[in-house]
Design a protein around this ligand. Structure first.
Ligand code: GSH
Length: 214
């Protein structure tokens, strides 16, 4: 059995953060498929009792530990491996600041926006989509501006803040209806930089469940 198990599915950018980190640190890990769209496993009482009371993927299993919330998982893996770890208190707090901004406002809006556009049946209300798109444009501009300052979010080296923020940004542009990299040049070069790190794999090739069967 692999050292780490990750409850995940290919379409989940939230899970991609954890899967990518595991790959980037060269961990011995195996995915556990969450049938999110089919059986809605995450909503079952069994999943909530035995895997994650919050009813969400990702969940990382490491021995007796079960961790959810990708920011917590990234922190745990960085501390254990010593890789992608922000250095010192200022960097640690800065990474946490960007991870929270990401969870709430960057991928926190991109995830539901993409879900309502292409996965929800019926698709999302256009008024809701328009609201989310406005919030996304604003958050991506903030990220792009920050990335004009340095190659990675916190200086010259990639940290867990970068691994978090890329969560949904490698999924195909047609899933969003706009091309994030084409519209934000600093985000585009940063995504290329991260793509060159040893162990980088596209989310659809890293986690089970693609293409989606419905
Ligand atoms: N902040 C959480 C978000 C996790 C999350 O929302 N995961 C989605 C899958 S992409 C989920 O399981 N949603 C279930 C639901 O909201 O019912 C994280 O970063 O891990």
């Amino acid at each position: 059995m692999a050292e780490y198990q990750l409850y995940c599915f290919a379409q989940s950018g939230n899970a991609y953060r954890a899967a990518l980190m595991l790959n980037l640190i060269g961990a011995d890990w195996a995915p556990v498929f969450v049938d999110f769209f089919g059986k809605g496993v995450q909503r079952t009482p069994e999943f909530r009792a035995e895997v994650n009371e919050m009813g969400e993927a990702p969940v990382l299993v490491h021995g007796a530990k079960k961790l959810s919330q990708s920011g917590v998982i990234l922190t745990y893996l960085a501390e254990r491996s010593g890789k992608f770890q922000p250095q010192g208190e200022d960097e640690r707090l800065e990474a946490l600041r960007w991870i929270i901004f990401d969870n709430q406002k960057v991928n926190g809006y991109l995830g539901p926006y993409r879900f309502l556009r292409i996965f929800a049946k019926p698709p999302g209300n256009p008024v809701v989509l328009e609201f989310l798109k406005g919030r996304i444009d604003n958050s991506l501009s903030i990220l792009d501006k920050r990335l004009a300052k340095s190659p990675f979010l916190i200086g010259d080296k990639p940290t867990i803040a970068d691994v978090s923020l890329v969560a949904y940004l490698y999924y195909p542009p047609d899933e969003f209806g706009f091309d994030i990299a084409a519209l934000h040049k600093n985000i585009a070069t940063w995504l290329d930089r991260i793509k060159k790190l040893p162990g980088w794999v596209h989310p659809y090739d890293l986690m089970p469940g693609h293409p989606l069967q419905r």
